[in-house]
Design a protein around this ligand. Structure first.
Ligand code: COS
Length: 388
């Protein structure tokens, strides 16, 4: 392992990246976070700021016009954006989730057809695995893809699709051989402009309200056969390999949300006076903050070491320990974020419970990190099957 992927400290380049993303996020994304949440609107200002600074999809390899950032750098970008606005952090996170199947398994032709537009900021990506009746049991999907000469015809409904409608590209997992269960699932690249693609109404959610979540309807969508990602029947394995890498980006999002809440609460307890002194002078409050910071740092170390493993696997090393570490980082960091944001609301008391302060938003946003890219119950199944 090189110095860059030291498991215990960041390189100077990584520290500089964190500082610059933090400055950008505070200046250009934070001022809109409350309004984006209140109005459930897409954070266009964040997209513009991220694209303007080449931070919207840093993972795209240089060969396709991207920044070629490593997995840890991608984590830092997502973490720092999530620290001020979780909805906005889904732009770099889901661009990676949606495009990784193409990067991992797509043909050269397919990569050249879509990755430069992603790198340029002209097109976003979404990932279509879940269905109304296939959530945790992703292998139970029923969306069908039938070969017809030089084309495939897709029919089905995908649900809970992040950034649906905004994205131009959709990685769609569909059944090509109904008798082969997970070995009969294939992955395809679908475009918003393909005939037969449409979207449901935006879901009304508890949190991440700025990130549209919609159904994607595939109604006789006829696409050229070269939009197949990898070989027929490899789509489920590609989808799972993708999640091994991207569950770490959800851990990063959880870290960012938790850090934002902790930073706010730390400032508040110094200012808020009760019984004649700042509440931060009381040991009960100090112990809460100590626990919050301890959990956050444990989650961060797990996440960064998982990112180092993700990068090693991306560079072709054995990936046998990535599956466990990706699931562990996502599960631990999201549980920590839920606890830390809940405690941060508690520290602000009645004020924490109102929308005049950002903590109730952070607590609502933290909840989804325990659910998406596999519930934390699924993460425990994955960990148990891949114990180190
Ligand atoms: N990398 C590569 N291949 C993998 C893999 C991984 N991490 N995990 C599983 N596979 C392969 C297996 O090797 C197996 O292949 P073979 O049949 O060739 O042996 C195949 O995929 C099926 O695996 P498995 O039997 O473990 O599948 P299950 O149906 O038991 O499902 C879980 C496993 C529950 C872990 C999976 O369905 C899952 O992750 N569900 C949650 C989905 C999710 O995260 N949804 C959120 C969508 S994004 S918001």
């Amino acid at each position: 392992m090189t110095q860059d992927f030291d498991l215990f400290r960041l390189s100077e380049e990584h520290e500089m990246l964190r500082d610059s993303v933090r400055a950008l996020a505070e200046a250009k994304i934070a001022p809109h976070a409350t309004e984006v949440d209140e109005e459930s609107r897409f954070p266009q200002e964040a997209l513009d700021a991220l694209v303007g600074n080449d931070l919207h999809a840093v993972h795209v390899p240089e060969a396709y016009g991207g920044a070629g950032a490593d997995a840890l750098a991608t984590v830092l970008v997502i973490e720092e954006v999530a620290r001020v606005c979780a909805s906005s952090s889904l732009i770099p996170a889901v661009n990676k989730l949606g495009s990784l199947p193409v990067i991992l398994s797509g043909s050269e032709h397919l990569k050249k057809s879509c990755l430069p537009a992603l790198a340029e900021g002209d097109a976003m990506f979404s990932y279509c695995l879940s269905e109304p009746d296939a959530g945790s049991d992703a292998g139970g999907m029923t969306t069908r893809a039938v070969r017809d000469g030089d084309h495939y015809v897709l029919n089905g409904v995908k649900r809970w699709i992040t950034n649906a409608g905004v994205s131009e590209y959709y990685t769609v997992m569909a059944v090509t051989d109904p008798d082969a269960r997970t070995r009969g699932i294939s992955a395809f690249l679908v475009r918003k402009s393909d005939d037969g693609v449409s979207f449901g109404a935006p879901e009304k959610k508890l949190g991440i309200k700025g990130s549209p979540t919609r159904e994607v309807y595939l109604d006789n969508v006829r696409i050229p056969a070269d939009r197949l990602i990898g070989a027929e029947g490899t789509g489920f394995a590609t989808a799972m390999q993708t999640l091994d890498h991207t569950r770490i980006t959800i851990a990063a999002q959880a870290l960012g949300i938790a850090q934002g809440a902790l930073d706010y609460a730390k400032g508040y307890v110094r200012e808020r006076k009760q019984f004649g002194k700042p509440i931060g002078d009381f040991q009960g409050v100090q112990f809460m903050l100590a626990d919050m910071a301890m959990k956050l740092e444990a989650a961060r170390q797990l996440t960064y070491s998982a990112a180092a493993r993700s990068e090693r696997a991306a560079r072709g090393a054995q990936k046998q320990d990535l599956t466990f570490h990706g699931a562990a980082a996502k599960c631990y960091a999201s549980d920590a974020a839920m606890e830390i944001t809940t405690d941060a609301v508690q520290l602000l008391g009645g004020y924490g419970y109102t929308r005049d302060y950002p903590l109730e938003r952070m607590m609502r946003d933290a909840k989804i990190t325990q659910i998406y890219e596999g519930t934390n119950q699924v993460q425990r199944i994955v960990m148990a099957r891949n114990l180190p």
